[in-house]
Design a protein around this ligand. Structure first.
Ligand SMILES: [Zn+2]
Length: 201
């Protein structure tokens, strides 16, 4: 079903239908909910999105999303800076934080190597990662890229990049559903994969 409304309402429907998991039907339901009668929800949503767009950016240290210079995890003195968990996206950080057991810090790559989609090493935050490790104080890097062909390829690339620094390199244990993404894994599976991590050769 295509969006047929014209004008501003049509634009609202079109934008909503572009969101992940929202088809034209849902877009219509949301648009009517937001615009019928009391518009306070619509105003609050527009307002918070505006502020988010203006203020949310990448953490200077780990590239997680934050509205401050350093994200709360990098700012937290109780987090162990000697362990870095390397993930693809900020959503993966959320997935690990949900299990509530990881006390180290993160490094968000900003994606994974995908030669077929022209995503090469220069598109990821690999230089910053190497610099973080070279600066010292990091004793273990956990490769937590997704259990996919591209995620594995990215893990191998990162491992080769970091190998000369002498840092310990580990990879999440297998057992996560292959081909899936970390944020879809349930917290227990993710906790087990973290616990069972092994040296990456
Ligand atoms: Zn950070």
């Amino acid at each position: 079903m295509a969006v047929t409304e014209q004008g501003v309402l049509g634009e609202v429907l079109q934008e909503l239908a572009r969101l992940p998991g929202i088809g034209p039907k849902s877009a219509e339901r949301i648009a009517h909910f937001l615009l019928a009668g009391d518009r306070s929800r619509a105003k609050a949503l527009a307002d918070v999105l505006q502020r988010a767009v203006e203020r949310i950016h990448q953490c200077r240290e780990c590239f997680n999303l934050t509205d401050q210079e350093l994200c709360p995890i990098c700012q937290d003195p109780k987090r162990d800076g000697s362990v870095l968990c390397v993930v693809e996206t900020p959503r993966d950080v959320s997935a690990f934080e949900r299990i509530g057991r990881y006390r180290g810090r993160y490094h968000v790559l900003g994606g994974r190597l995908a030669p077929l989609e022209n995503v090469g090493p220069e598109r990821l935050t690999l230089d910053a990662l190497l610099q973080r490790v070279q600066r010292g104080g990091v004793r273990e890097v956990i490769l937590a890229t997704s259990p996919t062909l591209e995620g594995d390829g990215t893990a191998l690339y990162v491992a080769n990049l970091l190998r000369p620094t002498g840092v310990a390199i580990t990879r999440l244990a297998r057992g996560l559903p292959t081909g899936g993404s970390l944020e879809l894994a349930n917290p227990q599976m993710l906790a087990d994969a973290l616990e069972g991590r092994r040296t990456f050769h």
